[in-house]
Design a protein around this ligand. Structure first.
Ligand SMILES: Nc1nc2c(ncn2[C@@H]2O[C@H](COP(=O)(O)OP(=O)(O)OP(=O)(O)O)[C@@H](O)[C@H]2O)c(=O)[nH]1
Length: 601
């Protein structure tokens, strides 16, 4: 038997990072007896933590709690954990679509932050009932009236009956459970209608294979049933059906309003698209759920092994990561400067960092990343449309009608004293100011910015000029025509592919000059003069010169110490392995790595 709809509540917790989402989730699990004390390790919902089994917490997880409410009835409460970062906005929106309500957790000593806003907007978009929860009221710095006022002013929801809790001490957790039952709506659905379920998430598990997390809307799913994924058309027979408590428990079936998982000998997560509708193969539903969208990488960069012999290992590692993360894409690429590697696509900058971090930590690979690039839309004179992810592949500019670039809507919250510097930063990055308002004593600025300027160290700069106090959030808005040019770097008249980039015309000269100056420092002198140039098309816009020098390492060794001489020569030979040849110029690979780290000028 499935659970009656009126006894189900489905909810998510939305919060800014560090406001206590995981601590509260753990408390709820503990209070409802989902795990005994021994099993109750800290921060259970973060069980996909990099140190633990399956890597980073980018995946939504659910936990089913049993709760006997004050009205004497037994309820099933399904908590869905949503990824907290903007890169995973689509995953967040699908998780939100799977539940009816949200707890809005705000740190009572900090107040509303940029991610609080971004996440609560997702919840409002999904028509959630929202219960405001002020956490950390045990802290002396907690200012309950001020934060309540902020929630009303900034988010525009009634905060007069906000709960006041401490997830750390356990104060008020019972009021949270009661509020979930009394203030959030029960789900709706028809058990007799054909199966209609939302694919919320999927991941690869070493024991179970691909695990698919679903929210049933209508009908039921059972073991042995043949289901169809409506977007991909794939048909599978269900192997296991279950729920997480948070331990996995198999159940005979899942009915309307329920959240759970199934397995079905699916080979790759790439076959299970988040947002897809799952139905019965023999008795399908007429209409899929709205809003399906395939994963679209928005940021690309090249990843190359520092040591060329690591290439096969890198390929294998990427294959493994991809098993678990269908939104990460890669294809082989060769670069004259960096050798063999891969062009990789990511959902955003954090996603890029996560993958890079995992490749180096879990697979012990030493990698070089080229500057991140966004996806440009290029309209050719003959009407053809090209999506460009690698600036090195820019077609002949004479044949291009226009280049369009992605823009974002950014929200920045900052203490007043850093506002001036932040406005200047946004302005320098071609930002268009949309709004400026105050949230308590902090300024909230809204800007439209070209994503291309944000992937280029924007976040680091923002953090450093605000001493870490500014918070930042964005979503992709649209594509706009931009006066963009390809900046090429030439060493001894040869273009260096890994260093070419698309930049706005107004920034090209400065960017080119900085790059030339850097390379001048990094390229060792040769026996001849080496020009380093930055160019737009055929036009040189900056130039530096590496002066000639006699390169004789043995010159220092006067006298006839043969061993010492040999040692030096060997040392030089070993150094050579790391060199890349450009025409007659040898450039140490270190030079590229450093030149690519433009952020630390
Ligand atoms: N004093 C106090 N500290 C709390 C309370 N709730 C959480 N914390 C602390 O705040 C910090 C962040 O809590 P988390 O639960 O990890 O926050 P989170 O929002 O899940 O953060 P991420 O997992 O990083 O997104 C931890 O050090 C907690 O111990 C509370 O009620 N009072």
């Amino acid at each position: 038997m499935t659970v009656p709809l009126k006894n189900i509540r489905n909810f998510s917790i939305v919060a800014h990072i560090d406001h206590g989402k995981s601590t509260l989730a753990d408390r709820l699990i503990q209070m409802t007896g989902g795990l005994d004390a021994r099993e109750m390790k800290e921060q259970v919902l973060d069980s996909m933590d990099i140190e633990r089994e399956r890597g980073i917490t980018i995946k939504a997880q659910t936990v089913r709690l049993k709760y006997k409410a004050k009205d004497g009835e037994d309820y099933v409460l399904n908590l869905i954990d949503t990824p907290g970062h903007v890169d995973f906005a689509y995953e967040v929106s699908r998780s939100m679509a799977a539940v009816e309500g949200s707890l809005l957790v705000v740190d009572a000593s900090q107040g509303v932050e940029a991610q609080t806003l971004a996440n609560v907007y997702h919840a409002l978009d999904a028509n959630h009932e929202i219960v405001p929860v002020l956490n950390k009221v045990d802290l002396p710095a907690a200012d309950i009236p001020r934060v309540k006022q902020q929630i009303e002013d900034v988010i525009g929801i009634d905060a007069s009956d906000a709960l006041e809790i401490s997830a750390k001490t356990g104060l008020g957790i019972d009021t949270v459970l009661e509020a979930i039952v009394t203030r959030l709506p029960a789900p709706k659905g028809d058990v007799n209608a054909p199966l209609k379920a939302l694919l919320v998430d999927s991941w690869y598990d070493a024991y179970l294979g691909v695990v698919v997390l679903i929210r049933v809307i209508d009908g039921t799913v059972k073991k042995g049933q043949k289901i169809r994924m409506m977007a991909s058309g794939a048909v599978y027979e269900l192997d296991k059906v279950g729920v997480f408590t948070p331990k996995l428990i198999e159940v005979p079936e899942l009915g309307p309003g329920e959240l759970g998982m199934f397995t079905a000998s699916i080979k790759e997560v790439a076959d299970t698209n988040v947002g897809d509708t799952i139905t019965d193969d023999r008795k399908p539903t007429a209409e899929p759920l709205p809003g399906f969208r395939p994963a679209q990488p928005v940021v690309f960069c090249g990843l190359f092994p520092v040591d060329a012999s690591d290439f096969d290992e890198l390929r294998a590692a990427m294959g493994k990561l991809r098993l678990n993360d269908a939104s990460f894409s890669y294809e082989m690429e060769t670069s004259a400067a960096l050798g063999f590697g891969f062009r990789c696509g990511f959902l955003g900058l954090l996603h890029l960092e996560i993958i890079q971090e995992r490749l180096s930590r879990e697979f012990d690979l030493d990698l070089i990343a080229t500057a991140p690039s966004v996806v440009y839309e290029i309209e050719m004179n003959d009407g053809e449309m090209i999506h460009l992810h690698n600036p090195a592949d820019l077609p002949d500019v004479m044949k291009i009608k226009e280049i369009r670039e992605p823009w974002i809507k950014a929200t920045i919250l900052t203490p007043d004293e850093y506002l001036g510097a932040i406005l200047k930063l946004c302005q320098d990055r071609r930002g268009v100011q949309r709004n400026l308002s105050y949230v308590g004593n902090r300024a909230m600025v809204e800007y439209d910015l070209p994503l291309n300027e944000v992937v280029f160290d924007f976040y680091d700069r923002l953090k450093s000029i605000s001493r870490g106090y500014a918070s930042f959030d964005y979503n992709l808005a649209d594509y706009r025509v931009g006066d963009l040019v390809k900046l090429s770097i030439l060493v001894n008249a040869e273009p260096v592919d890994a260093l070419s980039m698309l930049v706005h015309r107004s920034a090209a000269e400065t960017r080119g000059r900085v790059m030339c100056e850097k390379l001048k420092e990094l390229i060792p002198p040769h026996l001849f003069v080496i020009p380093i140039q930055a160019a737009i098309g055929g036009k040189i816009i900056a130039r530096e010169t590496v002066r000639a020098m006699r390169k004789d390492v043995t010159a220092k060794c006067y006298g006839g110490d043969a061993t010492r001489k040999r040692k030096l020569l060997e040392k030089q030979k070993a150094g050579k392995k790391r060199m890349r040849q450009f025409g007659s110029v040898e450039i140490p690979q270190e030079a590229f790595i450093k030149a690519l780290k433009m952020g630390d000028e």
